[in-house]
Design a protein around this ligand. Structure first.
Ligand code: GBH
Length: 489
Protein backbone atom coordinates (compact mmCIF):
# COMPACT_ATOMS: atom_id res chain seq x y z
CA UNK A 1 0.00 0.00 0.00
CA UNK A 2 1.11 3.53 -0.67
CA UNK A 3 0.94 4.30 2.98
CA UNK A 4 3.21 1.50 3.89
CA UNK A 5 5.86 2.27 1.31
CA UNK A 6 6.09 5.81 2.47
CA UNK A 7 6.82 4.83 6.03
CA UNK A 8 9.31 2.15 5.12
CA UNK A 9 11.15 4.45 2.78
CA UNK A 10 11.54 6.87 5.63
CA UNK A 11 12.83 4.04 7.74
CA UNK A 12 15.43 3.06 5.15
CA UNK A 13 16.61 6.62 4.88
CA UNK A 14 17.32 6.48 8.56
CA UNK A 15 19.21 3.24 8.52
CA UNK A 16 22.37 4.99 7.49
CA UNK A 17 21.86 7.73 10.04
CA UNK A 18 21.06 5.18 12.70
CA UNK A 19 24.35 3.37 12.60
CA UNK A 20 26.23 6.62 12.73
CA UNK A 21 24.41 8.65 15.32
CA UNK A 22 26.88 10.75 17.27
CA UNK A 23 26.81 13.13 20.18
CA UNK A 24 27.93 15.80 17.74
CA UNK A 25 24.58 15.46 15.92
CA UNK A 26 23.10 17.30 18.92
CA UNK A 27 23.72 20.86 20.02
CA UNK A 28 26.34 21.12 22.78
CA UNK A 29 23.78 22.33 25.35
CA UNK A 30 21.48 19.37 24.61
CA UNK A 31 21.49 17.29 27.79
CA UNK A 32 21.71 13.48 28.00
CA UNK A 33 20.60 11.83 31.17
CA UNK A 34 19.28 8.68 32.71
CA UNK A 35 15.99 8.12 34.47
CA UNK A 36 14.50 6.31 37.51
CA UNK A 37 11.56 6.67 39.91
CA UNK A 38 11.35 6.53 43.69
CA UNK A 39 9.16 3.48 44.34
CA UNK A 40 10.87 1.45 41.64
CA UNK A 41 14.39 1.77 43.07
CA UNK A 42 14.52 3.12 46.62
CA UNK A 43 13.38 0.34 48.92
CA UNK A 44 13.79 1.39 52.56
CA UNK A 45 10.01 1.62 52.77
CA UNK A 46 9.94 1.65 56.57
CA UNK A 47 12.97 3.83 57.00
CA UNK A 48 13.59 7.51 57.45
CA UNK A 49 10.08 8.20 58.67
CA UNK A 50 8.51 7.37 55.30
CA UNK A 51 4.75 6.90 55.31
CA UNK A 52 3.02 4.23 53.25
CA UNK A 53 2.00 4.82 49.68
CA UNK A 54 -0.78 3.27 47.63
CA UNK A 55 1.87 1.19 45.85
CA UNK A 56 2.94 -0.47 49.13
CA UNK A 57 -0.59 -1.73 49.60
CA UNK A 58 -1.13 -2.62 45.94
CA UNK A 59 2.14 -4.57 45.64
CA UNK A 60 1.32 -6.48 48.83
CA UNK A 61 -2.12 -7.42 47.54
CA UNK A 62 -2.22 -10.98 46.28
CA UNK A 63 -2.49 -11.34 42.55
CA UNK A 64 -1.52 -7.80 41.63
CA UNK A 65 2.17 -8.35 40.86
CA UNK A 66 2.94 -11.23 38.50
CA UNK A 67 5.85 -12.64 40.50
CA UNK A 68 4.29 -11.87 43.88
CA UNK A 69 7.06 -9.37 44.60
CA UNK A 70 7.05 -5.85 46.03
CA UNK A 71 9.51 -2.97 46.28
CA UNK A 72 10.16 -3.08 50.03
CA UNK A 73 13.87 -3.45 49.23
CA UNK A 74 13.93 -3.22 45.45
CA UNK A 75 17.49 -2.31 44.41
CA UNK A 76 18.12 -0.56 47.72
CA UNK A 77 18.94 2.79 46.18
CA UNK A 78 17.94 4.38 49.51
CA UNK A 79 21.22 3.07 50.92
CA UNK A 80 23.26 2.87 47.72
CA UNK A 81 22.50 6.24 46.17
CA UNK A 82 26.16 7.30 46.33
CA UNK A 83 27.31 4.24 44.43
CA UNK A 84 24.54 4.77 41.89
CA UNK A 85 25.43 8.41 41.37
CA UNK A 86 29.10 7.47 40.91
CA UNK A 87 27.92 5.10 38.22
CA UNK A 88 25.90 7.81 36.46
CA UNK A 89 28.96 10.05 36.50
CA UNK A 90 31.23 7.30 35.25
CA UNK A 91 28.95 6.66 32.30
CA UNK A 92 29.20 10.33 31.38
CA UNK A 93 25.55 11.36 31.80
CA UNK A 94 25.09 15.01 32.61
CA UNK A 95 21.54 14.70 33.97
CA UNK A 96 19.72 12.40 36.33
CA UNK A 97 15.95 12.29 36.32
CA UNK A 98 14.44 10.83 39.49
CA UNK A 99 11.29 11.29 41.52
CA UNK A 100 10.58 12.31 45.09
CA UNK A 101 8.57 9.95 47.21
CA UNK A 102 5.73 12.13 48.53
CA UNK A 103 5.29 9.98 51.68
CA UNK A 104 8.95 10.55 52.54
CA UNK A 105 8.29 14.28 52.66
CA UNK A 106 4.78 14.20 54.14
CA UNK A 107 4.18 10.70 55.56
CA UNK A 108 0.38 11.06 55.66
CA UNK A 109 0.25 13.50 52.76
CA UNK A 110 -1.59 16.13 54.75
CA UNK A 111 1.29 18.54 54.67
CA UNK A 112 1.14 19.62 58.27
CA UNK A 113 4.69 18.74 59.20
CA UNK A 114 7.55 18.05 56.89
CA UNK A 115 9.59 14.90 57.58
CA UNK A 116 13.15 16.16 57.99
CA UNK A 117 14.69 12.76 57.33
CA UNK A 118 13.02 12.68 53.94
CA UNK A 119 14.33 16.14 53.14
CA UNK A 120 17.80 15.05 54.25
CA UNK A 121 17.75 12.01 51.95
CA UNK A 122 16.94 14.04 48.85
CA UNK A 123 19.39 16.75 49.90
CA UNK A 124 22.08 14.08 49.94
CA UNK A 125 21.05 12.83 46.52
CA UNK A 126 20.97 16.33 45.04
CA UNK A 127 24.28 17.37 46.59
CA UNK A 128 26.01 14.19 45.44
CA UNK A 129 24.77 14.81 41.91
CA UNK A 130 25.95 18.40 41.87
CA UNK A 131 29.36 17.39 43.20
CA UNK A 132 29.68 15.19 40.14
CA UNK A 133 28.45 17.86 37.76
CA UNK A 134 25.16 16.08 37.11
CA UNK A 135 22.03 18.17 36.72
CA UNK A 136 19.03 16.94 38.75
CA UNK A 137 15.70 16.64 36.89
CA UNK A 138 13.12 16.08 39.59
CA UNK A 139 9.63 14.63 39.14
CA UNK A 140 7.28 15.34 42.02
CA UNK A 141 4.89 12.50 41.46
CA UNK A 142 5.74 9.15 39.94
CA UNK A 143 2.73 7.23 41.23
CA UNK A 144 3.48 6.81 44.97
CA UNK A 145 0.55 8.66 46.54
CA UNK A 146 0.57 8.80 50.35
CA UNK A 147 -1.81 6.02 51.38
CA UNK A 148 -3.59 8.20 53.90
CA UNK A 149 -4.69 10.60 51.17
CA UNK A 150 -6.29 7.73 49.31
CA UNK A 151 -7.94 6.25 52.39
CA UNK A 152 -9.17 9.50 53.87
CA UNK A 153 -10.31 11.58 50.90
CA UNK A 154 -10.22 9.16 47.94
CA UNK A 155 -6.90 10.36 46.52
CA UNK A 156 -7.12 11.65 42.97
CA UNK A 157 -10.92 11.33 42.97
CA UNK A 158 -11.32 14.24 45.36
CA UNK A 159 -10.68 17.82 44.28
CA UNK A 160 -9.04 18.51 47.64
CA UNK A 161 -6.05 16.55 46.34
CA UNK A 162 -5.15 19.66 44.36
CA UNK A 163 -4.45 21.56 47.59
CA UNK A 164 -2.44 18.75 49.13
CA UNK A 165 -0.35 18.36 46.00
CA UNK A 166 0.26 22.10 45.96
CA UNK A 167 1.51 22.00 49.55
CA UNK A 168 3.84 19.11 48.70
CA UNK A 169 5.13 20.86 45.57
CA UNK A 170 5.69 24.09 47.48
CA UNK A 171 7.70 22.26 50.14
CA UNK A 172 9.89 20.64 47.46
CA UNK A 173 10.55 23.97 45.71
CA UNK A 174 11.34 25.59 49.06
CA UNK A 175 13.76 22.89 50.20
CA UNK A 176 15.39 21.83 46.96
CA UNK A 177 14.82 24.63 44.48
CA UNK A 178 18.02 26.45 45.31
CA UNK A 179 19.79 23.53 43.58
CA UNK A 180 17.12 21.86 41.42
CA UNK A 181 16.42 23.84 38.25
CA UNK A 182 14.38 21.32 36.31
CA UNK A 183 11.03 20.21 37.70
CA UNK A 184 8.23 18.06 36.41
CA UNK A 185 4.98 17.70 38.27
CA UNK A 186 3.27 14.41 37.41
CA UNK A 187 4.63 11.44 35.49
CA UNK A 188 2.14 10.04 32.97
CA UNK A 189 -1.24 11.24 34.24
CA UNK A 190 -2.71 9.12 31.45
CA UNK A 191 -1.44 5.92 32.93
CA UNK A 192 -2.28 6.95 36.49
CA UNK A 193 -5.88 7.56 35.44
CA UNK A 194 -6.29 4.51 33.18
CA UNK A 195 -4.18 2.03 35.16
CA UNK A 196 -5.41 3.24 38.53
CA UNK A 197 -9.12 3.77 37.85
CA UNK A 198 -10.07 1.98 34.61
CA UNK A 199 -8.15 -1.27 34.06
CA UNK A 200 -7.06 -1.37 37.70
CA UNK A 201 -3.63 -2.74 36.80
CA UNK A 202 -1.89 0.01 38.75
CA UNK A 203 -2.45 1.35 42.24
CA UNK A 204 -4.95 2.03 43.66
CA UNK A 205 -6.29 -0.74 41.42
CA UNK A 206 -9.83 0.48 40.99
CA UNK A 207 -12.12 -0.43 38.16
CA UNK A 208 -15.27 0.28 40.12
CA UNK A 209 -16.79 3.03 38.04
CA UNK A 210 -14.30 3.61 35.25
CA UNK A 211 -16.53 5.72 33.03
CA UNK A 212 -16.55 8.35 35.77
CA UNK A 213 -13.44 7.88 37.90
CA UNK A 214 -10.89 7.72 35.09
CA UNK A 215 -11.81 11.18 33.81
CA UNK A 216 -12.27 12.68 37.25
CA UNK A 217 -8.82 11.52 38.40
CA UNK A 218 -7.27 12.96 35.23
CA UNK A 219 -9.15 16.24 35.70
CA UNK A 220 -7.80 16.64 39.21
CA UNK A 221 -4.28 15.82 38.03
CA UNK A 222 -4.49 18.62 35.48
CA UNK A 223 -5.55 21.02 38.22
CA UNK A 224 -2.92 19.73 40.65
CA UNK A 225 -0.22 20.10 38.01
CA UNK A 226 -1.40 23.63 37.30
CA UNK A 227 -1.49 24.56 40.97
CA UNK A 228 2.12 23.43 41.35
CA UNK A 229 3.19 25.27 38.20
CA UNK A 230 1.49 28.42 39.35
CA UNK A 231 3.22 28.27 42.74
CA UNK A 232 6.55 27.77 41.01
CA UNK A 233 6.02 30.59 38.53
CA UNK A 234 4.71 33.07 41.07
CA UNK A 235 6.76 32.32 44.13
CA UNK A 236 10.01 30.66 43.11
CA UNK A 237 10.91 31.05 39.48
CA UNK A 238 12.34 34.52 39.63
CA UNK A 239 14.51 33.74 42.62
CA UNK A 240 15.51 30.22 41.65
CA UNK A 241 15.62 30.55 37.90
CA UNK A 242 14.43 27.06 37.02
CA UNK A 243 11.79 25.60 34.75
CA UNK A 244 8.81 23.31 35.18
CA UNK A 245 6.79 20.93 33.00
CA UNK A 246 4.49 17.90 32.90
CA UNK A 247 5.46 14.39 31.76
CA UNK A 248 3.06 12.88 29.22
CA UNK A 249 3.38 9.52 27.51
CA UNK A 250 2.42 8.68 23.96
CA UNK A 251 2.37 5.62 21.77
CA UNK A 252 2.52 6.95 18.24
CA UNK A 253 -0.57 5.99 16.21
CA UNK A 254 0.04 5.43 12.50
CA UNK A 255 -3.07 5.06 10.35
CA UNK A 256 -2.99 1.69 8.64
CA UNK A 257 -4.53 3.06 5.45
CA UNK A 258 -5.03 6.30 3.56
CA UNK A 259 -8.78 6.22 4.22
CA UNK A 260 -9.99 9.39 5.88
CA UNK A 261 -11.70 7.51 8.69
CA UNK A 262 -8.45 5.73 9.55
CA UNK A 263 -6.46 8.95 9.36
CA UNK A 264 -8.99 10.51 11.74
CA UNK A 265 -8.77 7.51 14.03
CA UNK A 266 -5.00 7.92 14.24
CA UNK A 267 -5.34 11.62 14.99
CA UNK A 268 -7.99 10.86 17.61
CA UNK A 269 -5.86 8.21 19.26
CA UNK A 270 -3.03 10.70 19.76
CA UNK A 271 -5.49 13.32 21.03
CA UNK A 272 -6.80 10.87 23.61
CA UNK A 273 -3.26 10.43 24.88
CA UNK A 274 -1.55 13.81 24.56
CA UNK A 275 -4.52 16.11 24.03
CA UNK A 276 -6.27 14.86 27.16
CA UNK A 277 -3.64 16.79 29.13
CA UNK A 278 -1.94 19.18 26.73
CA UNK A 279 -5.11 20.61 25.15
CA UNK A 280 -6.42 21.89 28.51
CA UNK A 281 -2.99 23.20 29.48
CA UNK A 282 -2.38 25.01 26.20
CA UNK A 283 -5.92 25.77 24.97
CA UNK A 284 -8.10 25.65 28.09
CA UNK A 285 -10.26 22.60 27.33
CA UNK A 286 -10.26 18.93 26.34
CA UNK A 287 -10.01 18.01 22.65
CA UNK A 288 -13.30 18.05 20.73
CA UNK A 289 -12.83 14.43 19.75
CA UNK A 290 -12.86 13.47 23.42
CA UNK A 291 -15.92 15.60 24.22
CA UNK A 292 -17.81 14.09 21.31
CA UNK A 293 -17.25 10.61 22.59
CA UNK A 294 -17.29 11.11 26.33
CA UNK A 295 -19.83 13.92 26.71
CA UNK A 296 -20.23 15.05 30.28
CA UNK A 297 -18.17 12.17 31.58
CA UNK A 298 -15.39 14.62 30.90
CA UNK A 299 -15.63 17.18 33.69
CA UNK A 300 -15.93 20.88 32.83
CA UNK A 301 -13.28 23.41 33.69
CA UNK A 302 -14.90 26.22 35.68
CA UNK A 303 -13.83 29.79 35.00
CA UNK A 304 -11.66 29.61 38.06
CA UNK A 305 -10.08 26.35 36.85
CA UNK A 306 -9.42 27.91 33.46
CA UNK A 307 -7.67 30.80 35.01
CA UNK A 308 -5.49 28.42 36.94
CA UNK A 309 -4.59 26.19 34.00
CA UNK A 310 -3.96 28.99 31.52
CA UNK A 311 -2.24 31.37 33.86
CA UNK A 312 1.51 30.94 34.26
CA UNK A 313 1.95 28.20 31.66
CA UNK A 314 4.48 25.44 32.03
CA UNK A 315 7.91 25.85 30.51
CA UNK A 316 8.30 22.59 28.63
CA UNK A 317 6.71 19.27 27.75
CA UNK A 318 8.28 16.16 29.27
CA UNK A 319 7.74 13.14 27.03
CA UNK A 320 7.95 9.41 27.68
CA UNK A 321 8.11 7.61 24.35
CA UNK A 322 8.56 3.88 23.91
CA UNK A 323 6.39 2.39 21.20
CA UNK A 324 3.90 2.78 18.32
CA UNK A 325 0.86 1.06 16.83
CA UNK A 326 -0.94 0.86 13.53
CA UNK A 327 -4.51 1.93 14.02
CA UNK A 328 -7.80 2.04 12.16
CA UNK A 329 -11.31 3.19 12.80
CA UNK A 330 -13.62 0.68 14.48
CA UNK A 331 -17.03 1.42 16.01
CA UNK A 332 -16.40 -1.36 18.47
CA UNK A 333 -12.67 -1.86 18.78
CA UNK A 334 -12.85 -4.79 21.17
CA UNK A 335 -10.25 -3.05 23.31
CA UNK A 336 -10.31 -3.46 27.07
CA UNK A 337 -11.43 -0.68 29.40
CA UNK A 338 -13.66 2.36 29.14
CA UNK A 339 -10.92 4.69 27.99
CA UNK A 340 -9.77 2.41 25.16
CA UNK A 341 -13.27 1.45 24.03
CA UNK A 342 -14.53 5.00 23.88
CA UNK A 343 -11.91 5.98 21.30
CA UNK A 344 -13.35 3.80 18.52
CA UNK A 345 -9.82 3.02 17.46
CA UNK A 346 -8.53 -0.49 16.88
CA UNK A 347 -4.83 -1.18 17.16
CA UNK A 348 -2.59 -3.67 15.46
CA UNK A 349 1.10 -4.49 15.19
CA UNK A 350 1.27 -5.91 11.66
CA UNK A 351 1.21 -4.24 8.31
CA UNK A 352 -1.17 -5.69 5.80
CA UNK A 353 1.43 -8.02 4.36
CA UNK A 354 2.08 -9.52 7.77
CA UNK A 355 5.29 -7.66 8.44
CA UNK A 356 5.58 -6.47 12.05
CA UNK A 357 5.64 -2.77 12.90
CA UNK A 358 8.75 -3.56 14.90
CA UNK A 359 10.35 -6.26 16.97
CA UNK A 360 8.68 -6.98 20.30
CA UNK A 361 10.70 -6.31 23.45
CA UNK A 362 9.91 -8.32 26.60
CA UNK A 363 6.77 -6.43 27.60
CA UNK A 364 3.74 -7.22 25.46
CA UNK A 365 3.02 -3.55 24.89
CA UNK A 366 6.53 -2.66 23.73
CA UNK A 367 7.31 -2.96 20.02
CA UNK A 368 10.52 -1.33 18.84
CA UNK A 369 9.57 1.44 16.41
CA UNK A 370 12.24 4.15 16.30
CA UNK A 371 10.47 6.32 13.67
CA UNK A 372 7.47 6.71 16.00
CA UNK A 373 9.67 8.87 18.22
CA UNK A 374 10.28 11.41 15.46
CA UNK A 375 6.57 11.51 14.64
CA UNK A 376 5.44 12.11 18.23
CA UNK A 377 8.00 14.90 18.60
CA UNK A 378 6.88 16.52 15.34
CA UNK A 379 3.24 16.19 16.37
CA UNK A 380 3.80 17.97 19.69
CA UNK A 381 5.75 20.69 17.98
CA UNK A 382 3.08 21.23 15.28
CA UNK A 383 0.10 21.05 17.62
CA UNK A 384 1.31 23.09 20.57
CA UNK A 385 3.34 25.83 18.94
CA UNK A 386 6.77 24.27 19.19
CA UNK A 387 7.28 24.10 22.95
CA UNK A 388 10.63 23.02 24.40
CA UNK A 389 10.55 19.23 24.86
CA UNK A 390 12.59 17.02 27.16
CA UNK A 391 12.37 13.30 26.56
CA UNK A 392 12.15 11.95 30.08
CA UNK A 393 11.96 8.24 29.31
CA UNK A 394 12.81 5.97 26.41
CA UNK A 395 13.98 2.38 26.65
CA UNK A 396 13.21 -1.31 26.27
CA UNK A 397 13.14 -4.41 28.43
CA UNK A 398 14.52 -7.93 28.43
CA UNK A 399 12.76 -10.83 30.05
CA UNK A 400 14.34 -11.99 33.30
CA UNK A 401 15.74 -15.47 32.70
CA UNK A 402 17.94 -16.91 35.40
CA UNK A 403 19.23 -19.65 33.11
CA UNK A 404 21.11 -17.29 30.83
CA UNK A 405 24.73 -16.73 31.95
CA UNK A 406 25.50 -13.25 33.25
CA UNK A 407 28.02 -12.46 30.51
CA UNK A 408 25.38 -13.08 27.90
CA UNK A 409 22.74 -11.01 29.64
CA UNK A 410 25.17 -8.13 30.00
CA UNK A 411 25.84 -8.04 26.27
CA UNK A 412 22.49 -6.47 25.42
CA UNK A 413 23.05 -5.86 21.72
CA UNK A 414 19.36 -5.37 21.05
CA UNK A 415 19.21 -2.52 23.56
CA UNK A 416 22.27 -0.89 21.97
CA UNK A 417 20.51 -1.03 18.59
CA UNK A 418 17.35 0.31 20.22
CA UNK A 419 19.11 3.38 21.58
CA UNK A 420 21.02 4.03 18.36
CA UNK A 421 17.79 3.89 16.42
CA UNK A 422 15.68 6.06 18.70
CA UNK A 423 18.38 8.62 19.39
CA UNK A 424 18.98 9.00 15.65
CA UNK A 425 15.27 9.82 15.30
CA UNK A 426 15.57 12.47 17.99
CA UNK A 427 18.40 14.03 15.99
CA UNK A 428 16.15 13.96 12.91
CA UNK A 429 13.37 15.67 14.85
CA UNK A 430 15.73 18.47 15.78
CA UNK A 431 16.53 18.84 12.07
CA UNK A 432 12.77 18.99 11.45
CA UNK A 433 12.73 22.06 13.68
CA UNK A 434 11.38 20.46 16.84
CA UNK A 435 12.74 22.13 19.97
CA UNK A 436 14.03 19.04 21.78
CA UNK A 437 16.40 20.01 24.56
CA UNK A 438 17.22 16.81 26.39
CA UNK A 439 16.95 13.05 26.45
CA UNK A 440 16.86 10.61 29.37
CA UNK A 441 17.13 6.85 28.96
CA UNK A 442 14.87 4.57 30.99
CA UNK A 443 16.38 3.23 33.12
CA UNK A 444 19.64 3.50 35.00
CA UNK A 445 19.08 0.18 36.76
CA UNK A 446 16.96 -2.94 36.44
CA UNK A 447 14.20 -2.31 38.95
CA UNK A 448 10.68 -3.02 40.17
CA UNK A 449 8.66 -2.89 36.97
CA UNK A 450 5.28 -2.25 38.62
CA UNK A 451 2.77 -5.05 38.05
CA UNK A 452 5.49 -7.05 36.28
CA UNK A 453 7.62 -7.09 39.41
CA UNK A 454 11.19 -8.15 38.67
CA UNK A 455 10.35 -10.18 35.57
CA UNK A 456 11.32 -7.39 33.17
CA UNK A 457 14.68 -5.66 33.00
CA UNK A 458 14.83 -2.11 31.62
CA UNK A 459 18.25 -1.17 33.03
CA UNK A 460 21.40 0.02 31.33
CA UNK A 461 22.94 -1.49 34.42
CA UNK A 462 22.11 -5.06 35.45
CA UNK A 463 21.20 -5.65 39.08
CA UNK A 464 21.86 -9.10 40.49
CA UNK A 465 18.78 -9.68 42.63
CA UNK A 466 20.18 -13.00 43.87
CA UNK A 467 23.67 -11.83 44.76
CA UNK A 468 23.66 -8.80 46.97
CA UNK A 469 22.04 -6.46 44.46
CA UNK A 470 25.39 -5.88 42.80
CA UNK A 471 25.41 -3.56 39.78
CA UNK A 472 26.91 -4.61 36.43
CA UNK A 473 26.91 -2.20 33.47
CA UNK A 474 25.50 -3.78 30.31
CA UNK A 475 26.86 -3.17 26.82
CA UNK A 476 24.22 -0.45 26.41
CA UNK A 477 25.70 1.46 29.36
CA UNK A 478 29.12 1.24 27.74
CA UNK A 479 27.62 2.32 24.41
CA UNK A 480 26.28 5.46 26.10
CA UNK A 481 29.65 6.08 27.71
CA UNK A 482 31.37 6.00 24.32
CA UNK A 483 28.61 8.00 22.66
CA UNK A 484 28.81 10.73 25.30
CA UNK A 485 32.60 10.88 25.26
CA UNK A 486 32.37 11.80 21.63
CA UNK A 487 31.15 15.24 22.69
CA UNK A 488 34.23 16.04 24.69
CA UNK A 489 36.68 15.49 21.87
C1 GBH B 1 6.87 4.15 31.93
O1 GBH B 1 5.57 4.12 31.41
C2 GBH B 1 6.87 4.47 33.41
O2 GBH B 1 6.92 5.86 33.63
C3 GBH B 1 8.00 3.79 34.14
O3 GBH B 1 7.81 3.92 35.52
C4 GBH B 1 8.08 2.34 33.71
O4 GBH B 1 9.01 1.60 34.43
C5 GBH B 1 8.42 2.33 32.23
O5 GBH B 1 7.40 2.97 31.53
C6 GBH B 1 8.50 0.94 31.64
O6 GBH B 1 7.27 0.33 31.69
O7 GBH B 1 0.59 -3.65 31.54
O8 GBH B 1 -0.76 -3.88 29.56
O9 GBH B 1 -1.56 -2.52 31.39
C7 GBH B 1 5.46 3.83 30.02
C8 GBH B 1 4.00 3.78 29.58
C9 GBH B 1 1.99 2.86 30.43
C10 GBH B 1 3.49 1.49 29.23
C11 GBH B 1 1.34 1.61 31.01
C12 GBH B 1 2.85 0.25 29.80
C13 GBH B 1 0.88 -0.68 30.82
C14 GBH B 1 0.36 -1.65 29.84
N1 GBH B 1 3.36 2.60 30.13
N2 GBH B 1 1.47 0.48 30.12
S1 GBH B 1 -0.40 -3.02 30.65
Amino acid sequence: MAKKKLVLKQEEEHDSVTTQVRRADFPPHFVFGVSTSSYQIEGGVDEGGRGKSIWDVFSHTEGKIVDGSNADVSVDHYHRYKEDIDLIAELGFKAYRFSISWPRIFPDGLGTKVNEEGIAFYNNVIDSLLEKGIEPFVTLYHWDLPLHLHDSIGGWLNKQIVDYFAIFADACFAHFGDRVKNWTTINEPLHIAVGGYDTGRSAPGRSHNPSVETYLAAHHMILAHSAAVSIYQNKYKEKQGGQIGLVVDCEWAEANSDKIEDQCAAQRRVEFQLGWFLHPLYFGDYPKTMRERLGDRLPEFTDEDKELILNGPMDFVGLNQYTSRLVFHAEDSGEEGHFEKSQQVAKMVEWEDGEMIGEKAASDWLYIVPWGMRKVLKYISDTYNNPPIYIMENGMDDEENENVPLQEVLDDKRRVAFYKGYIAEVAQAIKDGVDVRGYCAWSLLDNFEWSHGYTKRFGLVYVDFKKGLTRHPKSSAIWFKDFLKDSQE
